[in-house]
Design a protein around this ligand. Structure first.
Ligand code: PEP
Ligand code: MG
Length: 569
């Protein structure tokens, strides 16, 4: 069975199949005002019970919850008490005369669809939290209860998908693997499995339904395969593979405190991409030396109005305090397009990716921009924060953004509030025009960070969300590589700092090529750092340069990928 390997490693164990009671709309309508009042009370009671469930999970000492678990639970409490969700449910009960279960199912579905339609992968994955609270509410509305599940040793969990609170309330001491029918690389199962170091394969499809309790299962989180009741030979082969994997994982973990230096002595900086302060535990666990990208969108989500300057200040200050003094690049808000905020009613657009988004909104709605910049500046006295503007396409945008920054500085001076006056300012290079004229833009800012996720979509005219054309979304396309190389070249020509925070920075196949281009600052999800560090430690810049030179002679990504596969092994 083939799925998506999202957490590496091999697991051999017995299946435990988790079945869910399907939440189905009954269609039963309410016929009197008394029934409506009763259903409203029933819904409010379910919300209170669901919140107190989560509070008791949070305070359960046996679960030894990590900061990231607590953050998920807090998000779920916020979602449960979200005024928009509550209003939607009450409206359906009062005006449409729906019973509370149907109203909850429909309102949750609408929320899930909204999140699933967002561009940002992290936000899309939050749809799982909404489904999770929906299931919890549904259980209470239908008088069920949730309990903590325990499993026998060497259990492999087989499920439709695993909800955020399930992974937290599961006694995972005996769980050696997860296989799910649904899910993606950024789904919650993937995030938790990776954080706990448990191999996982998601998106296995309907075939997973053929597994029954106690089947012997081999799960390979690297290749994304699941085997049911394999032969003795296969079991023996995978047992050997599992031992080899464990040895290499131990070796990689031991690299944590070792600097990433090539065999010919070049130090490379490896940083992490994060969305909130509680991710610093992972950053340091995997040996991250800083944060190359703090996506600030999370701060603006799950609320019903823009955060105030003070609220934002607290968020950035917390980031600065948790950072233990390592550099942190704070990217100003990258909303718009299909990354919508429920309270910011942007009109629908024909081409949202080419539309009103990120810096374009900030320069149009300067009051929002100045609030964020003042909050970041105020927090900058607590750590080594830098400011980065996303989606820059021309020099005027940089100059305008810097004027707003100067206005923020003026306001803080007038208010007599402390801030770091010499904060470094940089831009994302993620639009082809910016990559082509990197030499011009280099004169305007302190640093560049290459955003390959958008650079690739805009250069190739391939929507990064559209599965039908995903085979065309190709960072190894020679055209994309030439743009990236042009940006990195400016490092020496214009003495500007150049990093990369797009997904390509975490692709082991791209590491030597990027080193050969002269990149010395990579930022990626924290857990990807050890693998990239291992490649750096075992190769020289001389080798990497040769790989780069040869690659640039090739005319297709097929040839480039085959060549890189041969030379990275
Ligand atoms: C990018 O475009 O490469 C990037 C890092 O930004 P995001 O994925 O948030 O658009
Ligand atoms: Mg981007």
């Amino acid at each position: 069975m083939k799925g998506i390997g999202v957490s590496p490693g091999i697991a051999i164990g017995r299946a435990f199949v988790i079945k869910k009671t399907e939440a189905k709309v009954s269609g039963v309508l309410l016929t009197s005002e008394a029934e409506i009042s009763a259903e409203i009370a029933h819904f409010e009671d379910a919300v209170n019970k669901a919140v107190s469930d989560i509070e008791s999970i949070k305070s359960d000492k046996h679960l030894s919850l990590q900061d990231e678990d607590l953050a998920i639970l807090d998000t779920q409490i916020e979602l449960l008490t979200d005024p928009q969700l509550n209003d939607d449910v009450l409206e359906k009960i009062k005006s449409d005369r729906k019973n509370s279960s149907d109203a909850v199912i429909e309102a949750i579905d609408a929320f899930v669809q909204m999140f699933e339609g967002m561009e940002d992968e992290y936000m899309r994955a939050r749809a799982a939290d909404i489904k999770d609270i929906g299931e919890r509410l549904f259980k209470h509305l239908n008088a069920g209860s949730s309990s903590i599940e325990t499993f026998p040793p060497d259990t492999i969990i087989i499920a439709e998908d695993i909800s955020p609170s399930e992974t937290i309330t599961m006694d995972i001491a005996h769980v050696v693997g997860f296989a799910t029918r649904a899910g993606s690389k950024t789904s919650h199962t993937a995030i938790i499995a990776k954080a706990k170091g448990i191999p996982a394969v998601v998106g296995c499809g309907w075939e997973l339904g053929s597994i029954t309790n106690d089947d012997l299962v081999i799960l390979d989180g690297i290749s994304g395969t699941v085997q049911i009741n394999p032969t003795q030979e296969i079991i023996a082969a995978y047992t050997a593979k599992k031992d080899a994997y464990q040895q290499s994982a131990e070796k990689l973990k031991a690299l944590k405190d070792q600097p990433a230096i090539t065999t010919d002595g070049k130090k490379i900086t490896l940083s992490a991409n994060i969305g909130a302060a509680d991710e610093f535990a992972d950053v340091f666990e995997y040996g991250g030396e800083g944060v190359g990208l703090l996506r600030t969108e999370l701060l603006f989500m799950n609320r019903d109005s823009f955060p105030t300057e003070d609220e934002q200040f607290e968020f950035y200050k917390n980031v600065a305090l948790q950072s233990k003094g390592v550099p942190v690049i704070v990217r100003t808000i990258d909303i718009g397009g299909d990354k919508q905020l429920p309270y910011f009613n942007l009109p629908a657009e024909l081409n949202p990716f080419l539309g009103y988004r990120a810096i374009r909104i900030c320069l149009d709605r300067k009051e929002l921009f100045i609030t964020q910049l003042k909050a970041i500046l105020r927090a900058s006295v607590f750590g080594d924060l830098k400011i980065m503007f996303p989606m820059i396409s021309n020099v005027q945008e940089i100059r305008s953004a810097k004027r707003v920054l100067a206005a923020a500085v003026d306001e803080l001076l007038k208010e007599g509030v402390a801030f770091k006056p010499d904060i470094k300012v940089g831009i994302m290079i993620e639009i082809p025009s910016a990559a082509v004229m990197a030499d011009i833009l280099a004169k305007e800012v302190d640093f560049f960070s290459i955003g390959t996720n958008d650079l690739c979509q805009y250069t190739l005219a391939v929507d990064r969300m559209n599965e039908k054309i995903s085979h065309l979304y190709d960072p190894f396309n020679p055209g994309v590589l030439r743009l990236i190389s042009n940006v990195i070249e400016q490092r020496h020509k214009h003495n500007i700092h150049v990093g990369m925070c797009g997904e390509m920075a975490s692709d082991p196949l791209a590491t030597l090529l990027l080193l050969g281009m002269g990149l010395d600052d990579f930022s990626m999800s924290a857990s990807a750092i050890p693998v990239i560090k291992d490649i750096i430690l075992n190769h020289s810049i001389a080798e990497a340069k040769e790989i780069f030179r040869n690659t640039m002679q090739m005319d297709s990504s097929d040839e480039i990928i085959a060549y890189l596969q041969k030379h990275t092994a």
